[in-house]
Design a protein around this ligand. Structure first.
Ligand code: NAD
Length: 432
């Protein structure tokens, strides 16, 4: 009889995947999880690696590599974005799929985790070439997709048009209109109201929930936001308009602006609306122009990194003056940066909870598509508020009970939920 392999795990030199596996391992240890269950979660469930030839506008054949990985369907269909970027590779997609499992479990929506991508620089392709590439990709990975199997969404360099092409291609293959196959679609094709603002709104709710737990009045709170794109713009404007926070600094890739008395957001938004690339560059209001590095260490109550990854690191975490960090971006705090924040007693609401608003409204979109019944914006906002505030509350309770920081508490909750689903489904005991 063959000796059973014990504790199999993905082998990798990729730092993102290695970090993700280490985070899982820490949670497994804290939960004293059954080794067999842990071994299931250290692996991905389904992986597809495809070659994508397309004919370019000039008649040349171009070939790309694409990937779709489903990490877990223990709690429901795989859910996760599709990104187009030259750095996409299988290990990155595996790590991102694992994080999606945790994000969906952390906010308790009935999805597992998945991710996909194509190794391509989309800026070098025409719109027609991008459509051909997207349709080819959809056709190739169609066997592992499905509204009850694995549901893509937009991610880096993909958008609602990409999802419309995806949905159309899969619907053609299936021979039936299937809006539930993707989320993040245009509203006219079954997209949800409120999807555009959802991530920023979720970050705002998470920030305010933490302020309330700490007995702080949002109206007496100074906020600094890095990034003024989809997430940064929405969280900034929602915190100011709906909760009365004082926004003292914002930034983007072109500039960072600061006024300790508060920024004039109406004036800034009018500037951005007419600025090429919707950038802050050239804004001439009553502000100091500082660098992004200076913005991160400003004297403030709340800091919201909502731009890119690796912004709070071993090099600057000891200079952060915010009492609260709410992660709008994915992975804005490195492993070393996080350890320093924790040591210094700075509260950090982790990305997998704080920026889960997007996937939560994706879940609402899927529900609406399955029912062919569409909600108004107030319903979407009410349900989003309930999901984020409840999830925050649960993480806060676990953190208090187990004397953990919020990040560790969310990971613990998420891993426990996935483990419970695996156990209850009997993947292990039935030998499937
Ligand atoms: P976006 O492209 O709309 O905006 C990004 C913003 O960051 C822009 O203002 C850009 O100028 C700025 N930026 C880029 N590089 C910068 C730098 N070096 N320094 C300072 N600012 C810089 O992207 P987005 O959708 O707002 O996403 C932002 C982050 O949130 C990403 O990490 C993304 O993965 C994460 N996120 C987004 C969503 C969503 O629904 N959009 C959901 C979950 C997580």
């Amino acid at each position: 009889m063959a000796t059973p392999t014990r504790n199999p795990s993905l082998e990798t030199t990729n730092s993102m995947l290695a970090t993700t596996l280490a985070l899982f391992d820490t949670a497994f240890e804290r939960l004293q999880l059954d080794e067999g269950i842990a071994a299931i979660m250290r692996q991905t469930e389904v992986e597809m690696s495809v070659t994508l030839p397309i004919v370019g506008d000039d008649g040349r054949i171009m070939t790309f590599k694409g990937y779709r990985v489903r990490h877990s369907s223990a709690r429901g269909p795989g859910k996760g974005g599709i990104r187009y970027h030259p750095d996409v590779d299988i290990d990155e997609v595996r790590a991102l799929a694992m994080l999606m499992t945790l994000k969906c479990a952390g906010v308790n929506i009935p999805f597992g985790g998945a991710k996909g991508g194509i190794c391509v620089n989309p800026a070098q392709l025409s719109q027609h070439e991008l459509e051909r590439l997207t349709r080819r990709f959809a056709k190739m990975i169609a066997p592992i997709l499905g509204g009850k199997r694995d549901i893509p969404a937009p991610d880096m360099n993909t958008n609602e048009q990409t999802m419309a092409w995806f949905m159309d291609e899969i619907s053609s293959i299936q021979g039936s209109y299937s809006p539930e196959i993707t989320t993040g679609k245009p509203i006219i094709l079954g997209g949800s109201e409120g999807r555009g603002e959802a991530t920023g709104r979720g970050v705002a709710i998470a920030a305010v929930e933490l302020l309330r737990k700490l007995g702080r009045d949002p109206k007496e709170t100074r906020v600094v936001v890095q990034g003024y794109g989809n997430v940064g713009y929405n969280v900034t404007n929602i915190l100011a308009a709906e909760y009365g926070c004082k926004i003292i600094a914002i930034s983007d890739v072109s500039d960072a602006i600061y006024n300790p008395k508060g920024l004039d957001l109406a004036e800034i938004n009018a500037h951005v609306a007419h600025s090429p690339g919707r950038l802050l560059k050239g804004y001439a209001g009553d502000v100091d122009h500082i660098t992004n590095a200076e913005l991160l260490v400003l004297d403030t109550d709340v800091l919201i990194p909502a731009a890119i990854e690796n912004q709070i690191t071993g090099k600057n975490a000891d200079q952060i003056r915010a009492e609260i960090v709410v992660e709008g971006a994915n992975g804005p705090t490195t492993f070393e940066g996080d350890a320093i924040l924790r040591e210094r007693g700075i509260y950090a609401v982790p990305d997998i909870l704080a920026n889960a608003g997007g996937v939560i409204v994706s879940y609402f979109e899927w529900v609406q598509d399955l029912q062919f019944y569409f909600w108004d914006i107030d319903e979407v906002r009410t349900q989003l508020y309930k999901k984020i505030s409840r999830s925050f509350d649960q993480a806060w309770t676990v953190a208090a009970e187990r004397e953990l920081d919020l990040r560790s508490a969310v990971y613990l909750l998420a891993v426990q939920r996935v483990a419970d689903a695996i156990q209850k489904r009997g993947f292990v005991s039935s030998g499937n």
